[in-house]
Design a protein around this ligand. Sequence first.
Ligand code: GLA
Length: 386
Amino acid sequence: MRLTIDDVRSRFKKHFNNAEGSVYASPGRINLIGEHTDYNGGFVFPGAVQQGMIAEIKPNGTRTVRAYSIDLKDYDEFNIDDEKGPNASHFRYVFGVVREMMKLGVPVEGFDTAFAGDVPLGAGMSSSAALESCFAFALNDLFGDNKIDKMTLAKVGQATEHNYLGCKCGIMDQFASVHGKAGYLMRLDCRSGEFEYFPWNPQGYKLVLVNSCVKHELVGSPYNDRRQSCENVVAAIAKRHEGIETLRDCTWEMLEEVKAECSEEDIRRATYAIGETDRVLAVCDALQKGDYETVGQMMYETHAGLSQDYEVSCEELDYLNDIAKDCGVTGSRIMGGGFGGCTINLVEDALYGPFVETVKTKYKEKYGKEPIIIDVVIGDGSRKLA
Ligand code: GLA
């Protein structure tokens, strides 16, 4: 069941004395290709989904935020001038956004809020970025006269992950949540910040997510280690070449030069990341020609790289990828940070039914639970609902 504005309104009324505030929404995202490239200065190719976070917010004239998480039935309060903030992560996201907006000079004041979401948690669809972007967008509207531009709002969410949750994520998730547009994917150059909307209306194909239901948690996961590996290689190359800031600036020849002085593991990580930027460009090219076979082939290559070189897959995700291949699915790969969550699959219309049946049956036979199938519809980014 999709979450509606009324679900949030009724809970807000109940918890805050029948009051009514303003309501905002911000989505989760999919990513067609370009994984672990954002913090390496490469390209990503995400789109917003229809599932997201909805928050009702009403300024309360104090310095205190009173927050209710509808999904977790949990309530907490914090003072916005406090440095430490709440402990529970679902409230830390809100606290972090408040603090980061204040750093930008937005005169945030206390507010009452109730929020809920229908992005599956831990599925690699960026439920946390949806929450951050929802509050960044809302506080800009409520307290900041909408003076902060969208990319900066996305960076507020990213800084929240870095400074309050300890996850050194890239910009993709928050970017997609804020900038999403129904019917369009977005190709973002994470080095320059430039992006382009690409219509997504594949004739004869569907995009479908298969959630392994292996929960993925980026906070405290080896995600930060992957980033560190890439930075180690960049540091080695930068000793020999000027102007090298990320793997995006590195060529295959440069990588070859530092092979002896980096660990074999770091070199494998960098090999994947450099190759992935090329694959995003190949996919954009193929899409413009309507060549879905090449798009699919790149997706399988990404999966192999993420699994063998970047090592962010798990047995269940590899199994889902194998099933897709056996069924003749055009493209399939792990989506998002990895370590669990979903695969994203590009499936011909005629194969959709048989694939969904097969993947459900086979996965259940092996792991005792059915994977969850999510049909992708590309939706809008952060917005005010009421
Ligand atoms: C997570 C991070 C993103 C990105 C992806 C992998 O979703 O939040 O910044 O690095 O993993 O592509």
